[in-house]
Structure formats: C-alpha cells, structure tokens
Design a protein around this ligand. Structure first.
Ligand SMILES: *Cc1c(COP(=O)(O)O)cnc(C)c1O
Length: 391
C-alpha cells in the first residue's frame, strides 16, 4: 500500500460540508438552533431523556463529576485501561482516583475486583464508579448498578467508544450505552477518531432532570437567566430588567459551536450504516484470526459491540507494531495503563498493582478499524499480521 492505513479515520461527505456551510451563512455560530437539534437527535438515537452538548468529551467528564458532587477528597474508582481523561476528571475536582483491575475476558473494569476493593473499606468511603465501554464493548452496567446500589454509589459511564452499543441483561432487557436506565450519567466524544466526528465535541446523556438542569448551568459559567431559578439576593435587585441574570456557582464555558453541532447531526444520519460496516469489518478480522496464535475478544450473544477499536493480543507486540508500520499499517496501542503514568505514580500507584491490565497492555495492538476501510486494505492488514505470526 502506498498510502499509510491509519487505525481510525473520520469520514466527511458533501452533505456534511453543506450542513456546516449553511450554518456559516446563518445568524448563529454558537448556541443557535443546531445545538438543541443535535441534542434531540442524539438523545433519540441513544434512547435517553436528556442530552447536553459540550465542547469535548473531557469537558463532559469534568462537568459530570461536578454535577455528581465530586470535590476535595471524594474517592472514585475507574479502570486502568482507558484514555487518561476518564480518571483526570476526578482530579479536576480535587477528588482521589482509585483503580481496580480489568477482566481479561473483556478487558473491561472487573465488577468483582471493584467489589473486593469496596469491601476493604467502610461504606461511604467511595462515592462513585466510572466504568468505561472500552473499545466499544458495553460494560455490564446492570451488574455495576447492583453493586452501586448496595454500596450507595453513583455511576458515570464513559461511553466515548460505544455510541449505539448495547447488551441484554439477565431479565432479557436490552440496554443501549448511556440510555439513562442504569448509570446516572454517560458521556460521549465527537473527536474525529470516534464514531461521530464533529471536529471536537462531547455529550452527556441522562434521565435525571435535576442533573440535566445543573449541567446546563455549569456549561455556561454557572449563570442562569431563568427567573424561576433565581435565588437571593434576587430580592435586592431594585430594578430587574430583561438583562438580569445570576452567576450562582463557578461554571465554565464548555459550549459547542453551531458548526460542530450541524456536522455532528449530519454524521448522526449515517450512524447505523457506519456501525454495520464496523461490525462487518470486525467479523472479517474475527474469522481471519480464529485459528491463529493471536488472542481476540469475541463478545457473547446479546452483546452488540460498537468496535471503536479492533484489538488483537499477541506476544512480540512491539515487533509486530514495527513490522506493520514498515508496511504502512499504522497500528496503535490502547492504552498504556493510567496507573503507570508518571502523573498517577506520584499518588503511589506502581507496576504490579493491576496484573491483568499490565499483561493486557504488554500484548495489545489496535488494527485499522473505520467504516471506509476497503476490503483490499483489510486483506492487506490480515495478510501482513498472518505473515508475522506465521499463520
Ligand atoms: C476520546 C476519549 C475521551 C475524551 O474525549 P475528548 O473529546 O477527546 O475530550 C474520554 N474517554 C475516552 C475513553 C476516550 O476515548
């Protein structure tokens, strides 16, 4: 292949470009009608009541932590195998990050490891859990809900990899990631490498009206202009006019622009076809690697995986990474365990703390996975991997 094949790539159509150009010709560049339209379309797709569009997924994590009450010393548990933003959001609010190991069968946060950690401390020691639908594999949020209820915790689902993914619970009920039925809040990202590209962008989904209203205020500095929400010293404002508004708490400017919302809405129209294509690519990889020395994670029946990433696990991972790069295949590693990052090691986390996560990291490699990957390109990737492992 002459052109490098990346591990992920956005797809922009003429329709997407026209949608953005139309906004540029109109009166609103930010917080216009496209924000509400994007939020409504996304909420409908996910199957939740409320959606709040934000500047990026990291801002969505930050505001979620604030709305859930994370503050100085609040203890929150997450997985070491994720993008570090899943943990950093707790630190933005002054909270303490705890990790628990992953389940090697899924590479997701292990609900039993979390239970073991919870049982080592008195009730009330931890405030919440941030499970991550890593690679697009939906976390068994029903199991986490049960655990959270037992210990009085909230759940914030990092669904950046999994818009549209779903699983069927023990009672046969299907849950889409972020549909508001199990976790208090869920967050998504519209970074170009994710399922829906808006340049930058994020979304929080919820069924909780009070959290929703709080998030809207936090998105715009902590200011409200709704008279029904005013608090004292409203009574002291002698001549309240149409200009009157209140800064009620310290919020942020985490708004999305109308250009980005229009791009996101336009992309959302193709989301089912893009998901079908990702799943078809995954199935082709699964079949090609079924009888090889590689380890792959194949979800059981009832689990609809969104395949943000297609990950193989292999000994000699570094050699395979270099081998593929030399062939213009830009495989990538997701992720270096968060607890091994120098920033987190200062809190005492160290190598050996989470053996499953560290073993997974030593062997993982993400192969090209994006809807416009051609069959020829995929065949070339498969043949190159097979050549390396001698299969
Ligand atoms: C991409 C990503 C984020 C952050 O989203 P941004 O939009 O890049 O800020 C958070 N968590 C996970 C798991 C991600 O993949």
């Amino acid at each position: 292949m002459n052109q490098p094949i990346p591990y992920g790539r956005q797809h922009i159509t003429d329709e997407d470009i026209a949608a953005v150009a139309e906004v540029l010709r109109g009166p609103f560049l930010t917080q216009g009608p496209h924000i509400a339209a994007f939020e409504a379309a996304f909420a409908q797709y996910i199957g939740c009541r409320y959606a709040v569009a934000l500047a990026n997924g990291t801002a969505a994590l930050h505001l979620s932590c604030l709305a859930l009450g994370v503050t100085e010393g609040t203890r929150v548990i997450t997985t070491p195998i994720t993008f570090s933003a899943s943990a950093n959001c707790v630190r933005y609010c002054g909270g303490e990050v705890f990790f628990a190991d992953i389940d090697p069968e899924t590479a997701l946060l292990d609900v039993n490891a979390v239970r073991a950690l919870l049982e080592q401390h008195p009730k009330g020691y931890f405030a919440g859990i941030i499970p991550v639908d890593f690679a697009g594999y939906p976390v068994d949020m029903a199991a986490f809900r049960e655990l959270a209820d037992e210990f009085g915790l909230w759940l914030l689902e990092d669904s950046c990899h999994a818009p549209g993914a779903s699983f069927v619970d023990q009672n046969g009920i299907e849950h889409r990631c972020g549909d508001g039925s199990l976790a208090e809040l869920a967050i998504f990202s519209f970074h170009p490498v994710k399922h829906i590209a808006a340049g930058e962008g994020g979304m929080i989904t919820t069924n909780d009206e009070a959290l929703y209203n709080h998030l809207l205020r936090l998105r715009t500095h902590g200011i409200t202009n709704k008279p029904g929400d005013f608090t004292a010293p409203y009574d002291n404002e002698p001549e309240r006019g149409g200009w009157y508004m209140q800064l009620q708490e310290l919020g942020y400017n985490y708004r999305l622009t109308d250009m980005q919302a229009a791009l996101g809405t336009s992309q959302l129209k193709r989301v089912d076809a893009m998901m079908a294509r990702r799943q078809a690519i995954a199935q082709r990889y699964d079949e090609a690697f079924a009888n090889s020395p590689l380890s792959i994670i194949v979800p059981p029946k009832g689990v609809s995986h969104a395949y943000h990433l297609y990950i193989i696990q292999v000994d000699d991972r570094k050699e395979l990474y270099d081998f593929l790069r030399a062939r213009n295949i830009m495989a990538q590693v997701h992720y270096i365990p968060v607890h091994l990052m120098p920033y987190y090691q200062q809190f005492g986390w160290k190598p050996g703390d989470f053996p499953n996560a560290e073993h997974y990291y030593a062997r993982c490699l993400s192969l090209p996975m994006f809807p416009t990957l051609t069959d020829d390109e995929q065949d070339y990737v498969i043949a190159s991997v097979k050549e390396f492992v001698g299969a």
